[in-house]
Design a protein. Structure first.
Length: 183
């Protein structure tokens, strides 16, 4: 390995690439069964969801479509500021549609709570949350993910789409970032 290899910044691997692949396949099968006969709209919350959502959708075997929203509540911080800002809204009408909000990690719940309330005004048939990781120990808002891949401890995780200061998204696993990187 080279000295500047990003893997050197990882304290430990929390979820391996193989574990991610298996669990995402299970979630895709569960969503396919639960939404059989429907045509849900997957709404990805950028940027962190993109790897998870791409893999998840490859395991969904029903008719569906997708759109994205870009939301910011972290900036370059390690904790949410609490102020949610929508920087990219949906491109399509969601009235009467079953919405599956796809997020990389459900942490404080502030962002997903805001988005759920924001989208509810547009009269979708339903809003369901799918998250790769759930960190209930940090919850500040009453949000529950029907589809949660892994429950994770209160550690700073990166990889598989999750970042710190726009870096580490390309790791094929989820790892705990060494504290000296972000302190």
């Amino acid at each position: 390995m080279q000295v500047n290899d990003i893997h050197n910044d990882i304290e430990s691997v929390l979820i391996s690439a193989e574990e991610l692949e298996a669990r995402v396949a299970e979630l895709g099968a569960q969503i396919s069964a639960d939404f059989a006969g429907k045509n849900p709209l997957f709404v990805g919350v950028l940027k962190g969801c993109f790897v998870f959502m791409a893999d998840l959708m490859r395991h969904v075997s029903i008719h569906c479509s997708m759109d994205f929203m870009a939301v910011s509540s972290y900036g370059n911080q390690t904790t949410t500021t609490g102020a949610v800002k929508i920087t990219k809204d949906l491109n399509q009408d969601i009235e009467g549609r079953d919405i599956i909000l796809v997020e990389d990690i459900l942490d404080s719940g502030v962002t997903l709570n805001y988005l759920t309330e924001y989208l509810q005004v547009r009269k979708p048939a339903s809003i369901t949350i799918a998250t790769l990781m759930d960190k209930p120990s940090r919850r500040k808002a009453p949000v529950h993910a029907k589809y949660a891949g892994f429950e994770v401890p209160d550690a700073f995780v990166v990889g598989y789409g999750l970042d710190y200061a726009e870096t580490y998204r390309n790791l094929p696993y989820v790892g705990i970032l060494k504290s000296e990187i972000y302190e």
